[in-house]
Design a protein around this ligand. Sequence first.
Ligand SMILES: [Zn+2]
Length: 128
Amino acid sequence: MSELKLCQGPKCHTYKTKDRLKGMKDNKTYQTRRRSSMYYGSGNFCSMNCQIDWFDIYGDRAIDHFGRTTEPKHLTEQNAWIKTYDYNWRNEGNEMSNYRSLNTITKEERPLTREQYRDSNYTLNERG
Ligand SMILES: [Zn+2]
């Protein structure tokens, strides 16, 4: 049996849809959605509504907890690296990739391996 996750939306069970109505014949209740995968909020919410509900209640506290932005950030050569690849690039049977880092200010490009491209912690940007 595949692992089902519960939607984290605090009001999910209050939206009266057929698929939320569960239980025995005369004892049905609207319940929080359970899914094997969800597409919103990094897989935590069944819908954009549920994600927004969560943020309305917990968003302020979450921002304070992880650090509120109090000064404008500046895009500079040091933090302008993004990851990119050619969408239509084809080179069948060849291990070479076209993944690369692109500096959106200097336009400099540096090749990336597929692993580096997929690693969300890998960046050429200076942290700070
Ligand atoms: Zn939900």
